[in-house]
Design a protein around this ligand. Structure first.
Ligand code: FAD
Length: 391
C-alpha cells in the first residue's frame, strides 16, 4: 500500500486518489526491487536496460496520459508523481519515459490526427514501438523555434527530409522518431513520424557523456528520407504546435528534478545515519543537519510548486510561463540539493556505490535539456514584462 515518501515532507501524495496511490505503490515496489539494483552498473557501462520497457508498459507508465489507453481516470498531479518516483530511483529511466511517453507519444497526441492517434498511441503505450523526438540539431539548440535547418520538401504524396539532429534520446534503438523540419514551401515547422528503417535515416550513439549515461542519445542524419503524407503530423502547422508538446513535458521535467533531488537526499540521509565520525553518526553533527535541512527545504518548496502547476494543467489553465518557471526553479533547487547531498557523503559521495554520485551527475542534463535555465527564464521574463529578450 502507498505511503507518502518521508521526503514528501508535507505529504502531497495524500492528495491522490486511492487508485492513483495503488498504482504508485506498485511502481515504487518494482523500481526498488528490479531497477535500483542494476542502475549503477548500467550507468558505468553507459547501457540502457531494455528489459525495463515491458514492465513500465505493464505498470501503465506509458499509458496513463492518453484517452486511448489510460487504465483509469487520473490527474496530472498523479502523472507528476510517476515522474518523481521514476527519477527518485533513476533519472535515466525517468528520461526514457519522458521521451517515449511525453515527447514521442505526446507529439502524436497533441498534433496527430484521430487516425494517427488510434494507430500509434496504443503501440507506444504497450512498448511494442519505441519512440524518439528529434528537434535539436547540431547548429540549433535553444533557438530551435527559428533556427531549424532540417528541411521537408513535398513531392506528390510524399515528403523528402534532409538535415541532421543531435542529442536525440532513445534514438539509438527507437522504431520511430518524430522529426521536426521546416517546410521548404511555407517556411513553417512541421512534424513527421519517421520509421527508423526508412532509407537515408542513420543514428549514431553519442559517446563519453558524464550525465544520464544510461539514456542513449544519438546524432541523426537524414539524407533524402521519404515519408508518405500519412506520416506527417496532421495538426502540426507551425512551431507553436511543437511548443504545445514541450509545455506539458517541461512541467514533468520539473517533477523529475524533484525526484532526482529526493534520490540524492535520501542517499545522504542513509549515509548520515550510518557513518560515524568523532564518536557519533555524522547526522548528529549540527552542520550536517544543516545541509540535510537545506535539502528538504528545497525539495518541499519545489514539490509545492509542481503540484500546483499540475493542478493548473488539469484545469486547463497552464501557460508556457507557468511550466517554464517550475522547470527553472525546480532544476536550480535540484542542482543545489544534489551538491549538498554529495557533500554529506564526503569522499564516498563521488563513487557510484553510494548512489548520490549518479544523481549528482545526472542532474546536469536535466538542468540543460527541455530548455536551459536561460531559455525558461526568458519565457517567464517575457510574460512578466511584455518584452521578449531572446535575440
Ligand atoms: P545552446 O543553445 O547552444 O546553448 C548554450 C548556452 O548558451 C546555454 O547555457 C544557453 O542557455 C545559452 N544561450 C543560448 N541562447 C541564449 C540567449 N539568447 N540568452 C542567454 N543565453 C543563451 N533534444 C531533442 O530534440 N530531443 C531529445 O530527446 C533531447 N534529449 C536530450 C538529452 C540530453 C541528455 C541532452 C543533454 C540534451 C537533449 N536534447 C534533446 C537537447 C536539449 O534540448 C538541448 O541541449 C538544449 O535545448 C540546449 O541546446 P544546446 O545544447 O544546443 O545549447
Amino acid at each position: 500500500s502507498y505511503e507518502p515518501l518521508s521526503s514528501d515532507f508535507y505529504s502531497y501524495g495524500s492528495l491522490l486518489t486511492a487508485r492513483e496511490q495503488e498504482a504508485l505503490a506498485a511502481l515504487r515496489a518494482w523500481l526498488e526491487r528490479d531497477v535500483q539494483p542494476i542502475v549503477n552498473d548500467h550507468w558505468e557501462r553507459a547501457e540502457f536496460p531494455m528489459e525495463v520497457v515491458k514492465p513500465l508498459a505493464d505498470l501503465g507508465v506509458l499509458s496513463f496520459a492518453w484517452d486511448e489507453t489510460a487504465p483509469f481516470e487520473n490527474s496530472a498531479v498523479f502523472r507528476g508523481f510517476v515522474a518523481l518516483e521514476l527519477a527518485r530511483v533513476d533519472p535515466s529511466v525517468g528520461t526514457f519515459v519522458g521521451v517515449q511517453n511525453g515527447l514521442a507519444t505526446g507529439s502524436i497526441a497533441v498534433a496527430g490526427s484521430e487516425e494517427q492517434r488510434r494507430e500509434w498511441i496504443p503501440k507506444l503505450a504497450s512498448g511494442e514501438v519505441v519512440g524518439a523526438f528529434g528537434l535539436t540539431e547540431p547548429l540549433s539548440g535553444s533557438d530551435s523555434a527559428r533556427g531549424l535547418q532540417t528541411t521537408a520538401r513535398r513531392e506528390g504524396d510524399a515528403w523528402v527530409l534532409n538535415g541532421a539532429k543531435r542529442w536525440i534520446g532513445n534514438a539509438t534503438f527507437s522504431d520511430i522518431t518524430i522529426i521536426w523540419a521546416k517546410d521548404e514551401a511555407d517556411g513553417q515547422v512541421k512534424g513527421f513520424i519517421v520509421p527508423t528503417s526508412t532509407p537515408g535515416y542513420a543514428a549514431t550513439k553519442i559517446e563519453g557523456k558524464i550525465s544520464l549515461r544510461i539514456v542513449q542519445n544519438a546524432d541523426i542524419t537524414l539524407t533524402d528520407v521519404r515519408v508518405p503524407e500519412s506520416l506527417r503530423l496532421q495538426n502540426a502547422n507551425s512551431f507553436r504546435d511543437t511548443a504545445a508538446v514541450l509545455r506539458q513535458t517541461r512541467a514533468e521535467v520539473a517533477w523529475a528534478a524533484v525526484g532526482t533531488a529526493i534520490g540524492a537526499y535520501e542517499a545522504a540521509v542513509r549515509y548520515a545515519t550510518e557513518r560515524v565520525q568523532f564518536g557519533k553518526p555524522i547526522g548528529a553533527h549540527q552542520l550536517v543537519q544543516d545541509l540535510l535541512v537545506k535539502c528538504i527545504g528545497n525539495i518541499t518548496a519545489s514539490l509545492g510548486m509542481v503540484v500546483r502547476v499540475s493542478e493548473m494543467q488539469d484545469r486547463g489553465e497552464l501557460r508556457d510561463e507557468h511550466s517554464s518557471l517550475a522547470k527553472t526553479y525546480a532544476t536550480e533547487r535540484m542542482r543545489e540539493t544534489v551538491g549538498w547531498a554529495r557533500e554529506v557523503c564526503g569522499g564516498n559521495g563521488i563513487v557510484l556505490d553510494y548512489d548520490v554520485a549518479r544523481f549528482f551527475a545526472d542532474a546536469e542534463a536535466l538542468y540543460s535539456y527541455e530548455g536551459t535555465r536561460e531559455m525558461n527564464t526568458l519565457i517567464v521574463g517575457r510574460a512578466i514584462t511584455g518584452h521578449a529578450a531572446f535575440a
